[in-house]
Design a protein around this ligand. Structure first.
Ligand SMILES: *Cc1c(COP(=O)(O)O)cnc(C)c1O
Length: 362
């Protein structure tokens, strides 16, 4: 079975060495040595400051909203993983959807201002498939209306924007290290803060708000990464360059193979940003062709994913019905093809053959 992604597993001998260390120290969580080491190595590798490791990417978003004290309405994108919206709802915030740009699939910066009201406290935007948002325009709007900006950078590991890591933009960026992501710690994530005070506060908040053994400063939660997760992260980080090279080859093989296929459309990438080869999304003319292709791939035991479907404005638990036409349309027609470091050439050929054949017959 070929899935949309396959978790990268590093050398088990290396992982065991770290596990031995954990056994020797008897320290399994609560900011242990390995968690500290991973935090330092990630800040160096990515070139970012104020990195806080957390239990997962969803909590990264929630803790970021919490420490900023967001209230009321938050402008956000309907074209993302469900956690971008559910994290807001879970924190008692009201997601207000701004439609996406038809070509970049990111929040459409030209439609943000018209949705701002007295109740708006922030913008939460996703760098979809690692494609940088229109950071300048979002920043300009946020300054004009005094709004916070939080980026859901779950897909954007290692992406640089204008010679700086993309996580350096906005008031905070949240990233996921779930096993399905490019870099992983089994489950895990991180928040990168612009402001060191918020970072210090978040450090307490992810540990119940505990400031010292005898002082609890604010309402907190448990969002800590543990040592076994950190150990996995350290092993995967050692291999990240090879992972990236291998993904790049496969990404380019698809890109070249499908470049001149009529009826297959690609995301327009932000030219100021580097690629991290996190996903290979393509958009078809109609949902019918997409469904036909999914069926035929399934026969060959190949399972792509409808990332992102459904468009999030259609979630059943939202308190108001909102319409975002472009996101609804793209969500119906977009498919992420299998992409991971060890994906076989022959499998990619089969996938592209099936896609081309299905389109020809249409
Ligand atoms: C994966 C993902 C998340 C959630 O991350 P978890 O670590 O699984 O909680 C949030 N947003 C986006 C865009 C994602 O792809």
């Amino acid at each position: 079975m070929i899935n949309v992604t396959k978790t990268y597993l590093p050398s088990i001998e290396k992982y065991k060495k770290y596990i031995d260390k954990i056994y020797q120290s008897g320290w399994l969580t609560n900011g242990g040595e390995l968690t500290k080491e991973l935090e330092v190595r990630l800040s160096q590798y990515l070139g970012v400051k104020n990195v806080l490791l957390v239990a997962n990417g969803t909590l990264a978003l929630q803790v970021a909203y919490k420490v900023m004290g967001l209230k009321g309405d938050v402008l956000t994108t309907p074209f993302s993983f469900v956690a971008t919206t559910s994290s807001l709802v879970w924190e008692g915030l009201n997601p207000i959807f701004v439609d996406i740009d038809r070509e970049t699939f990111n929040i459409n910066p030209n439609q943000i201002e018209r949705k701002i009201t007295q109740n708006t406290s922030a913008i939460v935007a996703t760098h979809v498939y690692g494609n940088a948002c229109d950071i300048e325009q979002i920043n300009w709007i946020a300054e004009k209306y005094n709004l916070r900006v939080i980026y859901d950078a779950a897909h954007a590991f290692g992406v640089n924007y204008k010679n700086s890591n993309i996580l350096n933009y906005g008031d905070a960026s949240a990233i996921s290290f779930h096993s399905t992501k490019l870099f992983h710690t089994i489950e895990g994530g991180a928040i990168v803060f612009k402001d060191s005070e918020l970072y210090e506060k978040a450090k307490r908040v992810i540990n119940f708000g505990i400031a010292s053994p005898v002082e609890i400063q604010e309402v907190g939660i448990n969002a800590k990464l543990n040592e076994f997760q950190a150990a996995m992260g350290l092993c995967v980080l050692d291999d990240i360059e090879t992972i990236l090279i291998n993904r790049k080859k496969r990404y380019n093989f698809y890109a070249e193979g499908l470049a001149s296929t009529e009826g297959v459309y690609f995301q327009r990438r932000n030219e100021e940003a580097s690629l991290n080869y996190s996903h290979f999304p393509i958009v078809f003319e109609t949902e019918n062709i997409l469904l036909k292709i999914i069926d035929r791939l399934k026969v060959k035991q190949i399972i792509p994913r409808r990332y992102f479907y459904p468009s999030l404005e259609s979630l059943p638990y939202l308190s108001s019905r909102q319409e975002t036409v472009v996101s609804g349309d793209i969500a119906k027609r977009v498919l992420c093809l299998p992409l991971y470091d060890s994906l076989e050439h022959e499998v990619q050929e089969i996938i592209m053959q099936i896609i081309k054949q299905a389109i020809l017959e249409n």
